[in-house]
Design a protein around this ligand. Sequence first.
Ligand code: PBG
Length: 340
Amino acid sequence: MVSFPILRPRRLRLFKSFRDSVAETTLKVEDFIVPVFVKEGISQPEPISSMPGCFRWPLNKLVEHVTSLLELKLDKILLFGIPKDKDEVGSQAYAKDGIVQRAIRLLRREIGLDVTIFTDVCLCQYTTHGHCGIITKVKRGDAEFWVVDNDKSIELMGKIAVSHAEAGADFVAPSSMMDGVVGAIRKALDDEGYGDVGIMSYSAKYASSFYGPFREAAYSAPKFGDRRGYQMDPRNAMEALKEVKLDVEEGADILMVKPALAYLDIIRLVKDVFPEYPLAAYNVSGEYSMVKAAGEKGWVNEKLITFEILNAIKRAGADLIISYHSIEVAKWIREGFNPF
Ligand code: PBG
């Protein structure tokens, strides 16, 4: 027998009702942003094979889909467009009648202001080469190589953002990790009279293999090379602070860390250093599909593990969670599901 008085933290967790009273984290439906893929040229929702339970939506079913989200109190969406035609410079990304611009107009007309519309601002779904900017060949001495032309690309991002704002977006979300992209977008929006349209910046976005299923969903994999020359190195944490600080200085309203699950330390770091900024975490496609696959095999309890992951993301410091699990979680929360 031990002879000293044992301190007993377990007193606080003996019974469920009291555990709930002292829980530090509670998931709410309001925490979630639902990614929505809109695809040009289809008339029925298309199941995404790499992401069970997720669909590419046609314009003619979009209002119905978003209305069903609102019924669950999911009132924030992040729109991704999948155009019919791609070209070298991604011109469908800023076309007035591009798929995203049409989707935004339609939702504003049919649903009004009850839904907050975030839009992904990037080029990879729209370019034939699949990179997130304009590419150019450069020389270093006699050697030649392809790079993304940073400054040309951010100018174009400004144009894309303005086209989304013109259609009625609330927040634009630049995901290219180009230097100066937030500043370029802020200036373009302000110059065109869209000072009220906000920026949710993918501030610390890592060059991650967790994006695999998304690239299949959106046909956006790079045709050559990879994104390591613009997205962050997964080995770095402090560098995230540099990226976030620049976005703050350039005028970001909401910060983001992406992916979420393997980057909980970055979420915590950014929240601690910039507590005055709302922080979003992107629970990306690979995180989602791994849970689905293991759940299908019966290797994990899918519902419990999903809830645990999302609580962990919130506990780490996220105020907003962008997740493909949003719909199922909203239903569980409504049912009062609480496994803890
Ligand atoms: C576009 C973009 C990507 C994701 C969101 N925006 C893919 C990428 O950077 O290759 C990934 C989202 C996910 O995996 O769920 N740049």
